[in-house]
Design a protein around this ligand. Structure first.
Ligand code: BES
Ligand code: MN
Length: 455
């Protein structure tokens, strides 16, 4: 039996156990943004470290950062001439609210039909376990043909705030040829995908203050600028009628899409109808001169993530609120930077905020935009692996999400990320009823198994 074949047989023989271990991992509520889950976040790190130890990885450590810890482990016995592949993952997940929209407990992973439901199944505990289990199959059969290093963080969903310092500090330990990063998904179950770009992110909280306490709206309405109104006036002015962002200089550094790039976007098998169906909106929105795939993969945005002000309980209360708050974030493309974006937003506020209110802007977190190589030996090994399992060449796609580590590894380690995971657009990531398609996941484990032998 050929080497990959032996490992593939192992994968097939162990599917049930692989799934039950994934369930165990999903059942740990490792929500990185909420303080009350801190112990669970730690437990998830320990779960990953336990897996690495049982795989016989060396130097397995749960390494502290100023936030949640990083799990590290390595296997460097393939020799100096073999490549070193880092495997990146995150063990943290998003909050689950609104909880009442979940059909089953988000932290009691449940199989229904072809899907495993639970927070983090797709983003990205399923992807982490897929890489662990591909490596397990190789370790338990032929042994690893490459050196590997694991970097599994606990702050991806909150902007990888402390990962930059960590990587900078441990550059040597993290030296590698490529980073396999399965935190990006596929276009469809029958369309294997390699992601070749991610947008950056600059995330803000904008607070507008009016009177020093909530007031009777009859006694004071008409003499005082309502902060909720002032805030939405400011927010509304951040786009013009054509959906263009009005922050001064916002588009100055936006790299233009070339002709070849636009042709690639056009060739992607994504239709407007599908997006409408998946999201339930009556019609699409956005810059008319770009198709949706371009608007997501190659154009920047400014979004309101949430608004809060005044009385929002049952019934009515005639009140003029003391303050109003908006969570605002920009998705960025090369060559924009979060730092410049913050300056542009401040300039906009200075220019447009009325004298009747005070405002305060906080930058919560940032991630850089990234493009990755499309022609390296690593990409070829990955493309070949996907082709072997799916029987067709993968699609190459620039995605709209952000992953902090990609730019950080390019910058400090000089390693490019190979972005490919097995999540699907309708997995409800960050939403209620997150799920992962199991047949696709099993194929993914086999694809990663091939990947390591392809070097
Ligand atoms: N897996 C996603 C990133 C992603 C989404 C990649 C869609 C490709 C397509 C990741 O877990 C994520 O959600 N990241 C956050 C990062 C942010 C907090 C800096 C995001 O994009 O909102
Ligand atoms: Mn996510």
């Amino acid at each position: 039996m050929s080497a990959p074949q032996e490992a593939l047989e192992y994968v097939r023989a162990n599917r049930e156990r692989y799934l039950s271990e994934l369930k165990e991992f999903v059942n740990i509520p490792s929500i990185s943004t909420l303080d009350e889950y801190k112990a669970d976040v730690q437990r998830a790190a320990e779960w990953v470290a336990g897996q690495l130890r049982s795989l016989g990885m060396n130097n397995v450590q749960i390494m502290p950062t100023a936030g949640h810890p990083v799990v590290y482990g390595e296997w460097m016995r393939a020799g100096k001439s073999a490549p070193t592949i880092m495997i990146y993952g995150h063990y943290d997940v998003q909050p689950v609210d609104p909880i009442e929209l979940w059909t089953s407990d988000p932290f009691r992973a449940e199989v229904r039909g072809d899907y495993l439901f639970g927070r983090g199944t797709s983003d990205m505990k399923g992807q982490v376990v897929a890489s662990l289990k591909a490596v397990e199959a190789i370790v338990r059969t032929t042994g690893l043909p490459v050196n590997i290093k694991w970097l599994v963080e606990g702050e991806e969903e909150i902007g990888s705030e402390h990962l930059g310092d960590f990587i900078k500090e441990h550059k040597k330990m993290l030296a590698c040829d490529y980073c396999l990063n399965p935190d990006a998904g596929m276009i469809a179950p029958d369309k294997p995908t390699i992601t070749t770009g991610l947008r950056g992110l600059a995330y803000f909280e904008l607070k507008v203050y009016g009177p020093d306490k909530d007031l009777h709206s009859g006694l004071f309405g008409g003499t005082i600028h309502n902060p909720a109104q002032a805030l939405i006036e400011l927010v509304a002015g951040m786009h013009d009628k054509n959906g263009k962002i009005t922050l001064p200089g916002f588009y100055d550094k936006v790299r233009k899409l070339g002709r070849k790039e636009r042709e690639d976007f056009k060739r992607l098998p994504v239709t407007n109808r599908e997006i409408i169906q998946m999201t339930g909106v009556p019609a699409l929105w956005g810059e008319p001169q770009f198709i949706p795939a371009e608007r997501v993969g190659g154009r920047p945005t400014l979004e309101v993530n949430g608004l809060l002000s005044g009385f929002t309980g049952q019934g009515s209360k005639t009140v003029l609120p003391a303050w109003a708050m908006a969570k605002i974030s920009c998705r960025l493309v090369p060559d924009q930077t979060p730092e410049e974006t913050e300056k542009q937003l401040r300039a906009y506020l200075k220019k447009n905020a009325p004298k009747t209110i005070k405002w305060e802007l906080k930058n919560l977190h940032n991630a850089g935009a990234a493009l990755t190589e499309t022609n390296s030996a690593g990409v070829q090994a990955l493309a070949q692996a996907l082709q072997t399992v799916w029987g067709k060449r993968p699609y190459f796609k620039r995605e709209g999400g952000s992953i902090g580590s990609v730019v950080l590894l390019q910058k400090y380690v000089g390693a490019d990320s190979l972005l490919s995971g097995f999540g699907l657009p309708d997995d409800n990531v960050h939403s209620p009823n997150e799920r992962m398609n199991l047949p696709t996941w099993y194929k993914g484990i086999e694809a990663f198994t091939h990947f390591f032998y392809n070097f």
